[in-house]
Write a protein that binds this ligand. Sequence first.
Ligand code: ATP
Length: 227
Amino acid sequence: MNPIIKLKNLKYSYKKEKNILDISDFTVNEGEKIFLYGPSGCGKTTLLSILAGIIPAKEGSLKIFGTEFIGAKNSLKDSIRGSQMGYIFQMFNLIPYLNVLDNILLPCKLNFKRREDMDKKSLIIKCKEISKALNIDNILTKKANEISVGQQQRVAAARALLGSPKLIIADEPTSSLDSDARELFLENLFSQCEAQKTTLIFVSHDKSLMKFFPRHIALPDINRAKL
Ligand SMILES: Nc1ncnc2c1ncn2[C@@H]1O[C@H](COP(=O)(O)OP(=O)(O)OP(=O)(O)O)[C@@H](O)[C@H]1O
């Protein structure tokens, strides 16, 4: 088993006096699909942001793809996130005035390592393939602020998948979809992840999606911080 994430004795607090996270041990191996859940406010988004190197934890050890993130420079974490991770944010974070195609291409345009060896033409072909699988190939020329919320979620997923990142972190990516669309979204995301051998950490309040995931983690079970 090849660990993608190895976390030991990680503590994090927004305010000095109270830990939000205190996790002794958590490992994610290559290719795993993890359903992470827990009540509102238990620290799920905080944990995802630490794993992505967006917020810095100072105590403990967090190895992402073998690189220690605790104490690492932002530039190193940014480079690893940009080249090897796809992040689907709760609020999608699409650029409203760019069209769908340019939104999907953005991380690969910003980070040459994420493009692998693909030139612009092959990148667009790959983008169209992923868009077709996620059923958004008919809206590629529309502006992001002119599409439905369900379509925005799928555009955010396509953006996270393009460039074959090793790890996808998805924070409530299906919250705006109805139950049929949720299952379809998940099927599409899984088949894309399998095709690209991507590891997936998926946060959701919707426990009906749990059955699709081989591994489930209730954050309060691994978090010793009392909230
Ligand atoms: N920027 C911040 N500054 C201070 N406290 C914060 C900040 N962000 C989150 N918190 C607090 O940290 C705790 C964990 O928040 P977090 O957003 O990680 O929870 P969550 O499990 O993702 O919640 P939800 O399911 O509602 O999205 C909460 O008590 C929250 O109020």
